[in-house]
Design a protein around this ligand. Structure first.
Ligand code: ACO
Length: 280
């Protein structure tokens, strides 16, 4: 099979290892740019893994030298546009749909940016709760270099994550920044040498796996929601969100309090309680 014969199913690869789903953009020969096939397949994979009990954390990374070179200029733009507005809207909703699914995913998510990350790639980058990059990775809002504005959410991502001067410079100049600068600017949490990227992400994933999963989902949603609220609205939302989380799991926090206050077996300031002793 030549590389151009990649089936829809082959555009995304994944493995599940020790509670972590390692999901890959899998069009390395096209630098993992997102075509309609990949967008549809990614939604299927996210759907399959979201409530799989063997998955506690999802990592999104790229096969080969790229994380994602953004939207596929040929298949996502040119070929879709040739079919008219209906086709354009359909392929937009396929892409935006899986990014939205990822933004509100049930499990904690980590972007592991191993290489190129351009334009449309900022949608899934921002959708992941945490992001770790190789120092060697390159990030760019290259839209300006081929004559469009950073659409598909990319401008919103830039203004959510960067300060105004950096967002402006990044979007207007079309220059790339490396992983280190991306970390300094707040696009990612941290940059480490490519050779140690997977180990660092594994370490973070292992820590997340020790936490109460209901509390993690409530926490990640709360961070995204309260960003857009007044203080009073946020205060109210957080009361409701905690009460809703208690409905799903009230034994976790009781166990956490018991292990600290009664048994003195751990300190919440220094790590998580022993989840394995929590009653179902
Ligand atoms: N859309 C369509 N095809 C792409 C894209 C893309 N975004 N990115 C790479 N490819 C294809 C190339 O056309 C090439 O195809 P071919 O082998 O059939 O000729 C193949 O992937 C490999 O790409 P090269 O350019 O040869 O790879 P190289 O490693 O030299 O360069 C780089 C990598 C810098 C990422 C380059 O491919 C590039 O500039 N890509 C476009 C990045 C971009 O601007 N993306 C769009 C952002 S805007 C948006 O997403 C809305």
């Amino acid at each position: 099979m030549t590389k151009t014969d990649r089936t829809e199913e082959e555009t995304v690869a994944y493995t599940i290892e020790g509670g972590v789903a390692w999901v890959k953009f899998n069009r390395p020969e096209k630098r993992n740019c997102m075509n309609p096939k990949l967008n549809r397949q990614m939604m299927r994979v996210l759907h399959k893994l979201e409530y799989d009990d063997s998955v506690g954390v999802l990592v999104l990374t790229g096969e080969g030298t790229s994380w994602s070179a953004g939207m596929d200029l040929k298949e996502y733009f040119r070929e879709t546009e040739a079919k008219g507005l209906g086709a354009i809207r359909e392929s937009q909703s396929e892409a935006y749909g899986w990014w939205r699914r990822l933004r509100w995913y049930q499990k904690p998510t980590i972007a592991m940016v191993n290489g190129w990350c351009f334009g449309g790639g900022y949608g899934p980058l921002h959708a992941c709760d945490l992001a770790f990059a190789a120092e060697e990775a390159q990030f760019g809002l290259s839209e300006i270099n081929w004559g469009i504005l950073p659409g598909g959410g990319a401008t919103k991502v830039a203004t959510n994550l960067l300060n105004m001067r950096n967002a402006m410079y990044h979007a207007m100049m079309g220059e790339n920044i490396d992983g280190k600068t991306a970390a300094e600017w707040g696009l990612v949490n941290e940059a480490v040498p490519l050779a140690s990227l997977k180990d660092r992400v594994q370490e973070v994933a292992s820590t997340l796996l020790q936490k109460n999963p209901i509390a993690l989902k409530a926490t990640k949603d709360a961070i995204r929601r309260v960003m857009e609220m007044t203080y009073d609205n946020a205060e109210d939302y957080l009361i409701r969100a905690q009460e809703a989380a208690n409905f799903f799991d009230n034994s976790g926090r009781k166990e956490g309090i018991k292990q600290f206050i009664d048994e003195k077996t751990y300190k919440p300031g220094l790590g998580a309680y022993d989840k394995s002793r929590q009653a179902e």
